[in-house]
Design a protein around this ligand. Structure first.
Ligand SMILES: Nc1nc2c(ncn2[C@@H]2O[C@H](COP(=O)(O)OP(=O)(O)OP(=O)(O)O)[C@@H](O)[C@H]2O)c(=O)[nH]1
Length: 399
């Protein structure tokens, strides 16, 4: 789709193929929404073009969130507008594509706007929301995640599937290293921190050593998201769509129970040693870091203490008072952007923690595909100020 001549044929959306939810009744059907984020020029539009043109069988609505000057650039890149299209200059543009997908741009990515889109164009298998121009995907992820509680009408049928970040294999490392901001967490680091899947794209242009180093740096920021190395955004859609990142614990299961099975779950220290299997790890890059702590089997008392600890850190941005952190010596400079956890109760029950910004939820694991009980739980916090003191304060809960 490189010129106006290539604009796809309009088709009747009812004829479009559908893989998922085919037999679901309209009331039972939740439409997963994926947020696509990433550095400038990393390859987001390339990935979207592929999704909009390939015959993958999904009926996907790609929504581009455009602000100010980026609107025209985006529209041209993806060929939404055309000289024949009388609505091209309007703030809402729709283009239905031959593979059943729909591409549109809307200025407001709020639930009401997505609901309106569904009203006008019918439901989809999936919604893919590109947050270009919106540096931090955290607030929109938070909004969508808790949408189920607050939304009405069709908006209630939308569920957050996950956040996918595209990182440039050539410039990504440089961008991360130069990423300063007032509060120490710049755009590119926020995007990586909030992500559930990361595509390290343009690896055809970068030397292997640079790709390795960039992956290592990404891993320092976000220790739990799988990283896929891609060329032209070529990744199997099952790795980025329908991942259900906010409801299941499969990534945490993978890391906890089979740390050496998958290259994407490895962590490295500064000498390049793999430290994935260690009980707790801590990394830091420009103020933002990933803290992983193994969590032993919990009884009710320990679980309540852990829950209170999480509340203190997420809501008050402080470590709770106890022996390692007496009152008057309080650490209150924490900022958690994303947290995940898998907790094993003495009863054998497994609980999964999911959190974005200051919202979190702990619920029983409902993954159908997971077998066996991992021996140990795990808590992953991604954000600012998550240093050794935080780890020690947490571990005091069960030492
Ligand atoms: N060689 C190579 N080029 C790529 C790859 N992915 C994307 N490109 C090219 O890189 C340029 C930028 O890609 P886009 O897809 O527009 O990037 P983007 O993230 O949408 O950019 P912005 O919207 O400006 O943030 C385009 O010229 C793409 O053709 C890749 O894997 N390899």
């Amino acid at each position: 789709m490189d010129s106006d001549d290539d604009i796809p044929t309009l088709i009747d959306p009812q004829e479009a193929p559908s893989l998922s939810n085919e037999s679901a009744t309209p009331s039972a059907r939740l439409v997963p929404c994926t947020i696509l984020t990433g550095f400038l020029g990393a390859g987001k539009s390339t990935l979207l073009k592929r999704i909009l043109t390939e015959r993958h069988g999904y009926r996907i609505a790609v929504i581009m969130n455009e602000f100010g000057d980026t609107a025209n650039i985006e529209a041209k890149t993806i060929n939404v507008s055309s000289p024949e299209d009388p609505t091209a200059e309007k703030s809402e543009e729709f283009l239905e594509l031959a593979n059943g997908c729909l591409c549109c741009s809307i200025k407001d990515v709020g639930i009401a706007a997505i609901e309106k889109l569904m009203e006008r164009k019918g439901a989809f298998d999936h919604i893919l929301l590109e947050t270009t121009g919106l540096a931090d995907p955290g607030p929109i992820a938070s909004m969508l995640w808790h949408n189920e509680e607050y939304a009405s009408g069709l908006g209630r049928d939308i569920v957050l599937d996950g956040v996918v970040c595209v990182v440039d294999a050539i410039y990504g490392l440089q961008q991360m290293e130069e990423d300063h901001s007032v509060d120490g967490i710049g755009e590119s680091l926020r995007q990586i921190a909030c992500s559930d899947v990361i595509l390290l794209n343009k690896i055809d242009l970068a030397k292997d050593s640079l790709v390795d180093l960039t992956e290592k740096m990404i891993r320092k920021v976000n220790s739990s998201a799988p990283i896929f190395r891609t060329i032209q955004g070529q990744v199997q859609l099952e790795h980025i769509l329908d991942i259900n990142a906010y409801a299941n614990a499969s990534q945490l299961h993978t890391v906890v129970s089979a740390p050496h099975n998958h290259a994407h779950t490895h962590d490295y220290d500064d000498e390049g040693h793999d430290r994935t299997a260690t009980a707790s790890t801590h990394y830091e890059l420009r103020g933002i870091s990933s803290l992983q702590v193994s969590v032993p089997t919990l009884n009710k008392t320990r679980f309540d203490a852990l829950d209170a600890w999480i509340r203190s850190v997420l809501w008050e941005q402080c470590l709770p008072d106890h022996a390692s952190n007496p009152e008057g010596n309080k650490t209150c400079d924490l900022k958690v952007l994303r947290c995940k956890g898998l907790f094993i109760m003495e009863s054998g029950e497994q609980l999964v923690l999911q959190g974005v910004q200051d919202r979190y939820n702990i619920a029983p694991v409902d993954d159908q595909n997971i077998t066996g009980v991992p021996e140990i739980g795990k808590l992953v916090l991604i954000g600012k100020g998550l240093n050794e003191k935080v780890r020690q304060n947490l571990m005091m809960l069960w030492e």
